[in-house]
Ligand binder design. Structure first.
Ligand SMILES: Nc1ncnc2c1ncn2[C@@H]1O[C@H](COP(=O)(O)OP(=O)(O)O)[C@@H](O)[C@H]1O
Ligand SMILES: [Mg+2]
Length: 291
């Protein structure tokens, strides 16, 4: 599915680019920045951000769940989000994925895709994958079939007929099986996997869709220590190829994967920096100890 907006944007930029080549514009920096030709499906990273939120607000019955949230994520970054319960972490993901409409503010995917103009299903096809806390794999299908189904669903061909994988897609399944540590379990029924393995399978299902940005809400909750360590390795291996936003409470996990940590509180950013920096911040300590 080709989003109209991206197509329109790409065409507009193409015109600007042609005009520039023909020497018809003198506007310098701005058109140089915006003049890149985009092919449909490409995200414009000219401004060094894959995700950009500015002054976002949302209230539920007068309660300000998100209250002036500003946040941006660089391409390939693995950003950790922490914060007390009720800080607005899940609501932020709901806004990015189109599940919740903010009352005001801006939410952009790259420089050109206004996510507030897209519905939830469209946002998924634009390249934003989301993993909810509870694993939602198809228990009666095998590990392989779950990955196959994820691909078919994304391509919009299921369930019209039996979906036949191309050689390239089979390679992709094989690659993903290795990434998610389930290569030995390919024929197993998903319902028989451990909780951690189901979480990995669901991440694998997202990876089949080759998302540019992955949003993961409390991915290691309920995992064993060994599974948590392997999940940290998994996320580190995804970084760079994908951008990741990870919400977690498990600080040893955060320490293992984090570069930059954002602390959310009362629907806004309270602090940002390395884990050591934010843990030393008086305001963060106060919030975690409870006021
Ligand atoms: N759909 C909703 N309707 C009413 N209140 C909501 C809704 N979603 C979230 N909230 C409230 O918004 C606040 C932030 O919730 P949430 O984003 O789930 O926090 P976190 O994920 O950081 O624990 C909470 O007080 C929660 O009760
Ligand atoms: Mg939450």
């Amino acid at each position: 599915m080709t989003p109209d907006l991206m197509e329109a944007g790409a065409q507009r930029f193409e015109k600007i680019q042609v005009a520039r080549l023909q020497g018809q514009t003198e506007s310098g920096g701005r058109s140089a920045g915006y003049g890149r030709v985009l092919t449909p499906g490409q995200v414009d990273l000219t401004h060094g951000r894959i995700l950009y939120l500015e002054d976002v607000h949302v209230s539920f019955d007068g309660f300000k769940a998100i209250n002036g949230l500003n946040l941006d994520i660089a391409p390939g970054e693995l950003r950790c989000i922490i914060g007390p319960n009720g800080a607005g972490k899940t609501t932020m993901m709901d806004i990015i994925t189109g599940k919740t409409r903010p009352d005001s503010g801006q939410v952009f995917f790259g420089s050109t895709i206004d996510l507030l103009r897209h519905r939830e299903a469209e946002i998924a096809t634009l390249g934003i994958g989301r993993k909810f806390q509870k694993p939602t794999v198809f228990e009666h299908l095998s590990v392989f079939e779950n990955l196959e189904l994820a691909l078919a669903t994304h391509k919009g061909v299921w369930p019209s007929m039996r979906f036949a994988l191309t050689g390239e897609q089979k390679d992709r399944v094989a690659d993903v099986l290795v990434i998610i540590h389930l290569a030995d379990a390919v024929a197993r029924q998903a319902g028989t996997l451990s909780h951690g393995q189901k979480q990995w399978l669901e991440i694998g299902m997202l990876l089949m869709q080759e998302p540019k940005l992955l949003l993961l809400d409390e991915p290691v909750a309920g995992m064993t220590d060994v599974e948590t360590v392997r999940t940290a390795e998994l996320f580190l291996s995804l970084k760079g190829k994908h951008s990741l936003m990870v919400v977690e409470h498990d600080m040893s996990f955060i320490r293992a994967i984090s570069e930059k940590v954002t602390v959310l509180c009362d629907g806004a950013v309270l602090a940002e920096g390395t884990l050591d920096q934010v843990q030393a911040d008086e305001r963060v300590i106060e919030v975690y100890l409870g006021r």
